[in-house]
Design a protein around this ligand. Structure first.
Ligand SMILES: [Zn+2]
Length: 315
């Protein structure tokens, strides 16, 4: 197969380098695709977009294999980010997902104008992700259980919670309360959406209140924390689960480690703010690998809905 010639380097690597010096290998926390092999390299002809380098074990993983493995490295089990649609597909029974409020979009209520306007940002992300906002909600079937499911997407403005995320989740929880269904929310978020200021912060109270009414009816809520779940989302619905699960290695916290270090003037323990650390310290109930998530959620729902089932069966 012919290799593609790239006239322009990838974004952020445009510093001119002497022709003889190979470009420096930059350590990046994000999964990096192999550099396009131009005419300079005689190593291998790897077509762009077929392989991904695992940031944890450094091995090259075939993208198709990664997709089939739910974006989990087959060698070291590192969990790559996964889109909300793929995640829903991996959890629900085929053709059972009835999406709610699919066309709800954010309004630039504050006329936010920074480096780019909020309107421009929304348009940009709607185009690049083909999502309307950072969460997809709906009623579905997971195994034998009907449930309300909300799945966040980090690719849309860092999974930030604005009015749409808050409203969609609140409506989901209220629908589930009305229909007496359990709720499952899979979070990934950088926190409240700064472009909506106080309106974002109000979503914390709104979602928490909806969950309180859901809990009053003794209906189960499972919160699943994925990498990363932080700030306003962690401080509201993400930490309110009857059962709080997390994916391995997920970064979970409220403020960033540097802020905490500066505020407390204390050295932070190793592994601070990882799912494993928080499991040891009792904040979360279990760490569940992505490939086991569906089976485990079904199992937990079996236990959590025993009372409901018994009540339904009673004469
Ligand atoms: Zn790996």
């Amino acid at each position: 197969m012919a290799t593609t010639t790239f006239t322009k380097k990838a974004l952020g690597t445009e510093t001119p380098e002497p022709a003889l010096t190979p470009p420096p290998v930059k350590a990046s926390p994000l999964p990096k695709k192999p550099k396009p092999t131009g005419s300079k390299s005689k190593k291998r002809d790897i077509p762009e977009g077929l392989w991904t380098k695992c940031p944890k074990c450094n091995s090259m993983v075939y993208d198709k294999e990664l997709d089939e493995n739910l974006k989990v490295c087959p060698k070291c089990l590192h969990h790559f980010p996964i889109g909300s649609r793929e995640r829903i597909h991996s959890l629900v029974e085929t053709c059972t997902f009835e999406e709610m409020d699919a066309d709800m979009t954010s309004v630039d209520i504050l006329n936010f104008n920074g480096v780019a306007t909020y309107k421009e940002k929304l348009e940009e992300y709607q185009k690049s992700t083909t999502l309307k906002d950072a969460v997809i909600t709906g009623i579905c079937k997971i195994g034998p259980h009907r449930a309300g499911l909300g799945v966040m997407d980090f690719d849309f403005l860092g999974g930030s919670m604005g009015s749409v995320v808050g409203e969609k989740l609140t409506r989901l929880i209220e629908r589930a309360t009305e229909k007496e269904l359990p709720v499952i929310i899979i979070s990934t978020s950088g926190g409240a959406r700064m472009y909506e200021g106080m309106f974002s912060l109000m979503q914390m109270a709104k979602t928490a209140a909806a969950l309180a009414y859901h809990a009053q009816r003794r209906l189960p809520y499972i919160s699943v924390l994925t990498h990363p779940t932080t700030a306003g989302v962690m401080a509201s619905y993400a930490s309110l689960g009857d059962l709080i699960l997390a994916e391995p290695g997920a970064m979970i916290g409220f403020a960033g480690p540097r802020v905490i270090k500066d505020t407390t003037q204390a050295e932070l323990p190793p592994g601070f703010q990882t799912a494993e650390f928080l499991l040891d310290h009792g904040l979360i109930d279990a760490i569940v690998p992505r490939r086991e998530m569906k089976a485990r959620v079904i199992e937990y729902l079996d236990y959590l809905t025993v009372r409901q089932k018994a009540a339904a069966a009673a004469p």
